[in-house]
Design a protein around this ligand. Structure first.
Ligand SMILES: Nc1ncnc2c1ncn2[C@@H]1O[C@H](COP(=O)(O)OP(=O)(O)OP(=O)(O)O)[C@@H](O)[C@H]1O
Ligand SMILES: [Mg+2]
Length: 325
């Protein structure tokens, strides 16, 4: 049960190779990004007692001793304890300070700083700048804080970046043309309305006014059913643009013998099956014409019928008076 499988071993190896963001950050961030700037310092002539007070006041456990910005040594809390113990607390600090302490440079990477903490075991390092001046002090805690701070900042940037990408993608999709092309089979009553449904969904996602959506749906649905019921088969093509929907219904025949009659309300040649299924009221073509902003039918007997319709789209918010579909 506990034997690692081949897959486990492979994923463990991958885990070991995986570099976390925190690991990357310790290479990217510098000591100057994590250190405490303007550290509390004392002068060589200051007494150990004065430094004891400084430590208490600022809640620190080590004070660099400087002269004109130049680091001379460090007094730690242990030095103060020893001085109290042995009775030399009023001595000037330069007599007891650790001279030439190990320092870090402000341009070192944090990974180097961590290595120095591990190597020397000190609680803090004074930090020098390029001019050898004391510029800060750094503890392990400062490194952890800097990492947490930068990880949070990166996470926030990532969230903001993601939001921008989503907004751009949505704007792209909105501006984009969507083309729905579907072959329509004669007699395929089952499929009636499918293209129209897909078109409605896209228009709804784009925030198109419900009334314009409904008109486009009527045209697509009636065109689709006419190919199913009256033709030997064809194709429905719906092109959704930001400003309009263009619907083309083309079939391979037989063509409409009396287009003038076909355009009249109530005129139908639908057979009994179509009527049984609820078609054949003779309202399709008149309704399409009413619903479309532009409508044309070209038909030729024995060749086929091509119906072309355009519906102008409006954004729902531009037309607050309409009711939702
Ligand atoms: N693509 C087509 N091919 C051949 N004839 C057609 C085509 N479309 C319409 N017609 C003819 O035009 C007539 C009227 O069509 P219309 O869509 O107005 O009514 P319908 O399809 O008969 O009934 P409804 O649409 O109300 O269910 C049809 O009965 C049919 O004779
Ligand atoms: Mg019809």
């Amino acid at each position: 049960m506990n034997n690692p499988t081949v897959k486990d071993k492979a994923s463990n190896a991958a885990d070991k190779r995986r570099v976390t963001l925190a690991q990357l950050l310790v290479y990217e961030l510098r000591v100057r990004d994590a250190m405490h700037k303007d550290p509390v310092t004392a002068q060589p002539s200051d007494s150990l007692r004065a430094i004891q007070h400084l430590m208490k006041k600022h809640r620190i456990s080590g004070v660099p001793i400087t002269e004109n910005g130049r680091l001379l040594g460090v007094i730690s809390i242990e030095d103060i304890i020893n001085a109290l113990d042995k009775g030399y607390i009023n001595d000037p600090c330069d007599k007891w300070m650790t001279r030439d302490p190990v320092t870090l440079r402000d341009h070192y990477t944090l990974v180097r700083a961590v290595a120095e903490f591990d190597r020397h075991g000190f609680g803090r390092f004074p930090v020098l700048d390029a001019c050898e001046q004391l510029t800060g002090i750094i503890t392990r805690g400062d490194i952890s804080n800097a990492l947490v701070h930068h990880l949070e900042a990166r996470a926030e940037q990532a969230v903001a970046h993601e939001a921008v990408l989503v907004a751009e993608r949505q704007a792209d999709e909105k501006a984009h043309r969507v083309v729905l092309r579907t072959p329509i089979k004669s007699g395929d009553f089952e499929s009636a309305g499918k293209v129209s449904q897909r078109m409605r969904e896209t228009l709804r996602q784009r925030g198109i006014d419900p009334e314009a959506r409904r008109r486009a749906a009527i045209v697509a649905y009636e065109a689709e059913t006419n190919i199913i019921i009256h033709s030997i088969g064809g194709e429905l093509r719906v092109v959704i643009e930001p400003e309009r929907v263009v619907i083309d219904a083309m079939d391979q025949g037989p063509g409409i013998e009396r287009l003038d009659l076909a355009m009249q309300e109530g005129w139908s040649t639908a057979g009994p099956l179509a009527r049984q299924l609820g078609f054949g009221a003779g309202m399709g073509l008149p309704n399409m014409k009413k619903s479309a902003d532009h409508f044309e039918v070209r038909t030729e007997l024995g060749i086929g019928t091509h119906l072309h319709a355009e519906i102008v789209l409006k954004k729902a918010e531009l037309n607050p008076g309409t009711t939702a579909s």
